[in-house]
Ligand binder design. Structure first.
Ligand SMILES: NC(=O)C1=CN([C@@H]2O[C@H](COP(=O)(O)OP(=O)(O)OC[C@H]3O[C@@H](n4cnc5c(N)ncnc54)[C@H](OP(=O)(O)O)[C@@H]3O)[C@@H](O)[C@H]2O)C=CC1
Ligand SMILES: Cc1cn([C@H]2C[C@H](O)[C@@H](COP(=O)(O)OP(=O)(O)O[C@H]3O[C@@H](C)C(=O)[C@@H](O)[C@H]3O)O2)c(=O)[nH]c1=O
Length: 315
């Protein structure tokens, strides 16, 4: 008496309603990239299982691995990660578990079951010491713990499931989660002065573009097309500093570029080291998978527009 009966249903049960070997299993569905992937996959009418973290914590992986074995998807997209670069320096074990151990275990089951894995990685696997864009075959050399765990994830996945498509991306921005682009746009729209790093370069990437490429790959795999495996760089084309991004945002808004003050990375006083020049060459994905990337400026404007900040709003 006095105790209410609690009915619990396993969220993983929903997998069994989907067409075996014809659906996409998406992890990290609540994240910046994951939300965009879920939206685009659903729009394409692809059968999808995209459990949020509160339904499926990847720290407890066995029920998921069991479900994949019992009812395999066509594709497993891993967009889940520990992405707090400074936080990873102290939460080392947690970062390693999500970024390296979990992908390795997923890859083992994917390979056993003949499921294609699409795994997302980062420009932070590189040291950033050079001054020319990185190719997929270039030597890695992470300068922080996040990058080290992501490189370990790449290695674990390739070892267990050589058929995996690894998409290395960079400096993601998008409409679904507050990011650098929104923070800068809000301040500039209020006429506030902002400071942005001008001695660090990367490849800012729109989550919408990356999700569109992932969706197209999923579509092809579900349809039974042969997709080349390996590492592919998939990012905004060109090199940009945060200062370049901020001035691009100012131009989009139609506000004075002088509101953006250049600062050095050293002046920001960050916890984790970051690569100085981690620009990605994205020609391989265009050539081999027929998925050309967009220039980084186009991506910034896409995110602003999709976030309800159209061009010249402030002018
Ligand atoms: N953001 C960026 O600039 C870049 C990201 N990448 C890579 O792209 C991919 C997507 O990143 P992005 O979307 O930006 O990252 P987000 O941090 O926005 O999303 C990551 C998702 O993973 C989830 N997650 C973390 N830990 C667990 C867990 N234990 N169980 C279940 N889910 C978990 C997070 O849950 P919760 O929502 O609760 O936090 C979140 O939904 C990652 O592989 C990342 O390394 C690569 C380059 C740049
Ligand atoms: C807030 C702020 C940031 N910045 C710079 C610092 C940094 O280089 C950049 C973006 O800030 P972030 O905090 O997002 O930086 P960071 O955590 O380094 O972002 C990284 O995240 C992980 C997950 C990745 O995989 C990387 O590709 C990269 O995107 O802008 C400024 O110059 N001024 C500012 O006011």
């Amino acid at each position: 008496f006095g105790k209410a009966a609690v009915m619990t249903t396993d969220p993983l049960n929903a997998i069994y309603d989907l067409p075996v070997r014809k659906y996409v299993l998406l992890l990290g569905a609540g994240g910046q990239l994951g939300q965009e992937c879920a939206a685009q996959l659903a729009k394409q009418g692809i059968s999808l299982f995209a459990p949020p973290r509160h339904d499926l914590d990847l720290v407890e992986l066995s029920p998921l691995l069991h479900a994949i074995k019992a009812h395999p998807p066509a594709v497993l997209v891993n967009a889940a990660a520990f992405t707090d670069v400074d936080g990873a320096e102290t939460l080392r074990l947690e970062a390693r578990q999500i970024n390296a151990d979990v992908p390795g275990l997923l890859a083992e089951v994917a390979a056993d079951m003949g499921v294609r894995l699409i795994h997302v990685s980062t420009d932070f696997v590189f040291s950033g010491e050079g001054s020319t864009p990185y190719f997929e075959s270039d030597k890695t050399g992470p300068v922080n713990w996040y990058g080290a765990t992501k490189r370990a994830g790449e290695r674990a996945v390739r070892m267990s499931a050589p058929e995996t498509v690894i998409l290395r991306t960079a400096w993601l921005h998008g409409r679904h989660r507050r990011c650098f682009v929104h923070a800068m746009a809000d301040k500039l729209a209020r006429g506030e002065q902002i400071s942005a790093v001008n001695d660090r370069f990367g490849s800012p990437t729109s989550a919408a573009m990356l999700a569109s490429h992932i969706t197209r790959l999923c579509n092809r795999i579900v349809e039974g097309d042969a997709i080349e495996a390996g590492i592919f760089h998939c990012a905004g084309i060109g090199a940009a500093s945060p200062y370049d991004m901020a001035t691009e945002i100012a131009d989009h808004l139609g506000v004075d570029r002088d509101l953006v003050s250049p600062v050095s990375a050293a002046q920001r006083g960050e916890i984790a080291a970051r690569p100085h020049f981690a620009v990605l060459d994205c020609s391989k994905i265009a050539r081999h998978l027929r998925l050309p990337c967009q220039p980084w400026q186009e991506g910034i404007r896409q995110t602003l527009t999709q976030s309800g900040i159209p061009e010249g709003k402030i002018a």
